[in-house]
Design a protein. Structure first.
Length: 173
């Protein structure tokens, strides 16, 4: 009796991709099951929260499904998918950064749209996003200023105890 060798993982993946490209939904579902853990790890390395990573993976698989007809089956599906998921995670990070910057500016009564043109607005949004992250990490109000190329960070503390705690935390790093 002649026994055929088991197909390699690459061959099984190739067969699933070809079947999915022909419209077999179960084959695409198998590709999702095969790659979802790695896709999550890729997204989680980029975004800050579990929920954002799950959103990035979902967006990535959806985009991959819609673009499946453009994928060349002889290529590595996992690498292609992971690039899509990484881009989705980066998009989520960018959207959150702008949203957080806008929210902080509103709290301060400012607008991230001030300045001269879109480059200035983008820079302001980035600076405000950094301020948001620092405020959350330090538990204190902070202000970043650009003084002719030299950066300045102002930390506003409510008490000397709060300042002492900050110094202790920074000295442990």
């Amino acid at each position: 009796m002649l026994t055929l060798p088991e197909p390699s993982a690459r061959e099984r993946e190739h067969a699933l991709v070809v079947a999915a490209q022909r419209g077999d939904a179960e084959s695409f579902a198998a590709l999702v099951r095969l790659h979802q853990r790695r896709a999550y790890a890729v997204a989680r390395a980029i975004v800050l929260t579990h929920e954002d990573a799950e959103d990035a993976v979902q967006e990535g698989f959806l985009h991959a499904f819609r673009a499946l007809d453009r994928f060349l089956p002889d290529q590595a599906f996992g690498a292609w998918l992971n690039r899509i998921v990484a881009n989705a995670a980066l998009d989520i990070t960018r959207r959150k950064k702008v949203r957080d910057a806008d929210a902080l500016a509103k709290r301060r009564g400012e607008s991230t749209k001030k300045g001269s043109g879109p480059r200035r607005a983008a820079k302001d949004a980035d600076a405000v996003a950094v301020e948001v992250e620092l405020e959350e990490a330090l538990g204190m109000s902070v202000e970043l200023n650009d003084r002719g190329g030299a950066g300045e960070l102002k930390i506003k503390y409510a008490s000397l105890d709060q300042l002492d705690e900050l110094i202790r935390r920074l000295s442990r790093r």
